[in-house]
Structures are given as structure tokens and as C-alpha cells.
Design a protein around this ligand. Structure first.
Ligand code: ADP
Ligand code: TYD
Length: 209
């Protein structure tokens, strides 16, 4: 399942990179996004670390929901949040020369709303109409059991409504089916430092510091 490539940012240029982290809950995205931001900052690069759902009004609305919205409504909310996030945060930061690291983006909609029955191709097409593609997406792969264990130990056994095992299995399946040359699949089973090293190597292969 492929996202339309309607943007030339991914061609080799001096533009700051738009880097996305994807993966199921508990895969270690937030940990790795933070580690990469610290690493690039330590190399003197201006970096903006951000996430979806965003901290804007629609993202806050999503976070405040007591239970999940109906699938179509949920897809609409994440898409609207993404438009707002791009306009308000991501594009201005890139224009000011910052590397942007975003924890979740279009492929989260494909995987999570796709897992609720919305056709993945439709989600990718609707998002592809407005959302610039990332220069690189690190997709952290880990088995669902390990992810569930990590979530449980990190949060004293509390799970959100997004983290039901059968749902995460569907989400995982969609992530594994995605086809995009800008996706780098990372084995997330090692220690945080080992995973970070794989990500650094992936960036080096792209000619980045
Ligand atoms: P995500 O953002 O994908 O949900 P987090 O980065 O928040 O994942 O990590 C989920 C939990 O697993 C946290 O408690 C975190 O400290 C822990 N964790 C993250 N990466 C690893 C790793 N490589 N090995 C073991 N535990 C990890
Ligand atoms: P988040 O707080 O990033 O969860 P985590 O840190 O555990 O990865 O995101 C909350 C949930 O939002 C997450 O379970 C996935 C879901 N989500 C979607 O369903 N669609 C989307 O487009 C996005 C961006 C997130």
C-alpha cells in the first residue's frame, strides 16, 4: 500500500529533513525520537521534536476523548489535526531551517484507522492530497507481545483504548504491508542504545550526520 509521492522534498537537497517515527504503541518511538533529537542537537543542528496527535486544538480534543470516536469521525479528526499541525508547526519550523522529528504521521492514520475498517488506500490518498511526505520514516518493528509488556511495565498496567491486543495485531499487520522507499524498517527489539545506533546508521546511509 503506497502513499502518493506528490512532493520533491525527498530529492537530495540542502533542505532540513522531515523525519517521522512510526510503529505500534510500545515500540519505542517516543524514546527513539527523543534520542535522535538529542543526538542531532548535540551535533549543532536546530531540531524541532513534535508529535501527533498534536498539541493544537484538534489534537487536544482527540486526547481528551473518554472513548474512541466512530471510525470515520476518528479518521477525520486525525486528518484535521495533521493539517493544523503542518500549517502551525511543521512547515514553519522547516522553513526556519530546523530538522523536524515527528512522532507519528500519515502512516499512523493508515495503520490505526485502517485497522478499524477504513480502506488504507483511501486514507493514504486523502492525506497525500495535502500532507508533504516525510523525507524518511523510521518504522520501528517489534512483536505485539513485547510491545504490550513494555506498555504495562511503563504505566503500571494501564492501557488506553488504542492498546487492545487484537487491535494492535491489526495495526501491526498494516504497518508491515506498507510499501514506500522512504521507509526504513528498524528492529526495535534491542536496548534503546542499540536501536538508536540502527537509526543513526540509517541516517548516515542517507548522507546525514
Ligand atoms: P511508543 O512511543 O512507541 O509508545 P515509548 O518510547 O513510549 O514507545 O516506550 C514504551 C515503554 O517501553 C516505555 O516505558 C519505555 O521506557 C520502554 N522502552 C522504550 N524503548 C525500549 C527498548 N528498546 N527496550 C526496552 N524498553 C523500552
Ligand atoms: P500517542 O500518544 O502517540 O501514543 P503512544 O505514545 O503510545 O504511541 O498516540 C495516541 C494514539 O493515537 C496511538 O495509540 C495511535 C493513535 N493515532 C491514530 O489512531 N491515528 C493517527 O493518525 C495518529 C497520529 C495516532
Amino acid at each position: 500500500m503506497k502513499m502518493p509521492d506528490n512532493n520533491q522534498r525527498s530529492e537530495k537537497t540542502n533542505k532540513p529533513l522531515f523525519i517521522v517515527f512510526e510503529g505500534i504503541d510500545g515500540s519505542g518511538k517516543s524514546t527513539q525520537a527523543r534520542m535522535l533529537a538529542d543526538y542531532l542537537t548535540s551535533r549543532g543542528l536546530p531540531v524541532l521534536l513534535t508529535a501527533e496527535p498534536s498539541e493544537g486544538p484538534i489534537g487536544s480534543q482527540i486526547r481528551s476523548l473518554k472513548c474512541r470516536a466512530e471510525p470515520e469521525e476518528e479518521a477525520r479528526l486525525f486528518t484535521e489535526d495533521r493539517e493544523d499541525h503542518l500549517r502551525r508547526t511543521i512547515i514553519p519550523a522547516l522553513e526556519q531551517g530546523s530538522t523536524v522529528i515527528c512522532d507519528r504521521y500519515v502512516y499512523s492514520s493508515a495503520a490505526y484507522q485502517g485497522a478499524r475498517g477504513i480502506p488504507v488506500e483511501r486514507i493514504l490518498a486523502e492525506n497525500g492530497a495535502f500532507a508533504m511526505p516525510a523525507d524518511v520514516t523510521f518504522l520501528i518493528e517489534i512483536d505485539v507481545d513485547t510491545a504490550m509488556k513494555r506498555i504495562a511495565s511503563g504505566r503500571a498496567n494501564t492501557f488506553t483504548t488504542f492498546e487492545i491486543r487484537s487491535d494492535l495485531e491489526k495495526v501491526d499487520k498494516i504497518y508491515r504491508s506498507l510499501i514506500d522507499p522512504h521507509i526504513i524498517r528498524i528492529d526495535g527489539s534491542g536496548s534503546p542504545e542499540q536501536v538508536h545506533k540502527l537509526i543513526q546508521e540509517g541516517l548516515n546511509d542517507l548522507g546525514c550526520p
